[in-house]
Ligand binder design. Structure first.
Ligand SMILES: NC(=O)c1ccc[n+]([C@@H]2O[C@H](COP(=O)([O-])OP(=O)(O)OC[C@H]3O[C@@H](n4cnc5c(N)ncnc54)[C@H](OP(=O)(O)O)[C@@H]3O)[C@@H](O)[C@H]2O)c1
Length: 266
């Protein structure tokens, strides 16, 4: 059955964000999927999530929007569209993100700036702009929940990943510091720090046969003996962070990485 609540997921059109959308849809949430491009066709993602929603009584709805999250004007446009339909947000997930290699000795500046813009400015833009749509609570009554997808790269360094690591460290720092302002409004904000998750971000590693032995050694090095988490593993933790059981968590970062960072001595 519809639970009458709404979850907005940036990055909800692909990978981990899509798995999170599916998880919330199966709990009866209305879903707003946010991808990157107003001209892009997100009907496959909407159909995928709707299949879970449509099994519910009262049929929760699923919508998609293409929003260049780095542009505050586009995010403001999304907020206006939601306001015109009297939509408020119970769960906000910032999953939109990009990854590029940024070797210092190569021409990496554009890629560095793009990661900061999408991963960090995008997080600021979506939280800052949707604040009027988030439900305020108090010490007794829970308000909306926010979860940011960070990465173990926020605290562990990988050579040539400087831009990505810096952007994810900023996502985790934003989570901690915004918690100080959002907590008194009854809004929890927390972060999840995945290791490697089986999504398009790792297409090359997964699909290139020449990488097979590397994949085996990654799995072998992980305490879990799996090279990758599934997007659904991350979605489970996000769902917990958005539940009443997580009400004491403010500005926390939950590592979900198959134990990878332990093996790296982090
Ligand atoms: N996969 C991993 O191993 C891993 C590990 C740790 C952390 N993470 C983080 O988890 C999040 C999701 O990763 P993923 O692997 O699921 O990636 P993905 O499959 O590539 O999905 C990225 C999502 O972000 C959206 N996006 C990208 N640029 C955007 C922009 N400028 N404006 C609005 N939306 C934009 C994409 O929209 P379109 O569909 O329109 O392209 C897509 O929905 C990212 O923040 C990533 O850094 C991933």
């Amino acid at each position: 059955m519809s639970n009458g609540k709404t979850a907005l997921i940036t990055g909800g059109t692909s990978g981990i964000g899509l798995a999170i959308a599916r998880k919330f849809a199966s709990s009866g949430f209305n879903i707003i999927l946010v991808g990157s491009n107003p001209a892009k066709d997100y009907s496959d993602a909407v159909r995928d999530v709707s299949e879970l929603s449509q099994k519910k009584k009262d049929k929760p709805w699923v919508k998609s929007y293409g929003v260049e999250i780095t542009k505050e004007s586009e995010v403001a446009h999304l907020v206006k569209a939601l306001q015109s339909e009297d939509i408020t947000i119970d769960v906000l997930v910032h999953g939109a993100g990009v990854f590029f290699d940024t070797p210092l000795a190569s021409d990496s500046t554009t890629r560095f700036e793009r990661m900061m813009a999408v991963n960090v400015n995008g997080m600021w833009n979506i939280i800052h702009s949707t604040l009027p749509l988030l439900k305020k609570g108090d010490s007794q009554t829970p308000g909306s929940k926010i979860v940011a997808l960070s990465s173990i790269c926020s605290f562990y360094s990988f050579a040539t990943y400087s831009g990505y690591c810096a952007s994810k460290a900023a996502v985790t720092a934003l989570t901690r510091t915004l918690a100080l302002e959002l907590g008194p409004m009854g809004i929890n904000i927390n972060a999840v720090e995945p290791g490697r998750v089986e999504t398009a971000m790792h297409d090359k590693l997964i699909n290139d046969p020449s990488q097979a032995s590397l994949l085996r050694s990654i799995a072998e090095a992980n305490p879990s003996k799996r090279a990758f988490s599934k997007p659904e593993d991350i979605a489970e933790v996000v769902a917990f962070l958005c539940s009443d059981g997580a009400r004491a968590l403010h500005g926390a970062s939950i590592v979900v990485d198959e134990g990878t960072s332990l093996g790296l001595g982090a």
